[in-house]
Design a binder for this molecule. Structure first.
Ligand SMILES: O=C[C@H](O)[C@H](O)[C@H](O)COP(=O)(O)O
Length: 233
């Protein structure tokens, strides 16, 4: 089974948790897009859901495939969010934002009663940090914000480099909210909770890709198929 087939398996298993009438947060990324494709088939077959997309990219795909959409302001409370992840640790702390959608993804997940994360098994890690941590920052004062993050990292014993995300043509990557992304390669993050709460205190940090206490279930696909996992305490 190749990587795409595993994503489809995880997405299909997540679809079983979607019920008629649900208000659904819809994630971003290649795994979430497989979910959108399968969801669209069910919608064409009569399933009634109202989706809230976590990015313009996901919104475009949903509109193209006929998945009904609402804004989060129209539906401020959601039943379920299904989204991918870049890393998942045993407690279901996640790194997200590889596609740059972390801010809207976190707002949507926090507005949902439940979040199910879907991924292939390469995303499972013992300790977060192999994937660079996306940190969304305001364009204003970006150099000061960067220095504050560097000082925090060194205080927490983290070392490594940070890079402003660029597009393939070398122009700066801008998020849907008009912010920049710093990809922080800190290496292993032994205390993700501390890093998350300290990053939240830096004024120029709009959001970061550490998702803590948001996912309640993970559907992880491997060559043998998809399995449902619960977080370890
Ligand atoms: O900003 C993007 C998201 O957090 C994605 O859910 C994450 O990067 C995983 O994407 P993929 O399913 O493509 O690996």
């Amino acid at each position: 089974m190749d990587a795409r087939e595993m994503k489809i398996k995880a997405a299909a298993a997540a679809l079983e948790h979607v019920e008629d009438g649900m208000r659904l947060g819809i994630g971003t990324g290649s795994t979430a897009e497989e979910f959108v494709r399968l969801l669209a088939e069910r919608v064409a077959g009569g399933l009634k859901v109202q989706g809230v997309p976590t990015s313009e990219r996901t919104a475009r795909l949903c509109l193209e495939l006929g998945v009904p959409l609402k804004s989060l302001d129209e539906l401020p409370e959601l039943d379920l969010t299904i989204d991918g992840a870049d890393e998942i640790d045993p407690q279901f702390r996640l790194v997200k934002g590889g596609g740059g959608a972390l801010l809207r993804e976190k707002i949507v997940a926090a507005a949902s009663t439940r979040m199910i994360v879907i991924a292939d098994e390469t995303k499972l890690v013992e300790t977060l940090g192999a994937f660079p941590l996306p940190i969304e920052i305001n364009t204003f004062g970006q150099a000061s914000t960067r220095l504050a993050i560097e000082r925090l990292a060194s205080e927490l014993g983290l070392s490594g480099s940070m890079k402003l995300r660029t597009r393939s043509d070398e122009s700066l990557f801008m998020t849907d909210g008009g912010h920049l992304i710093l990809d922080a390669s800190f290496g292993r993050i032994p205390d993700a909770d501390a890093l998350a709460s300290r990053l939240n205190q830096i004024p120029g940090v709009v959001e970061h890709g550490l998702f803590i206490n948001l996912a309640s279930l993970a559907i992880i696909a491997g060559p043998a198929g998809a399995r449902v996992m619960e977080p370890k305490n």
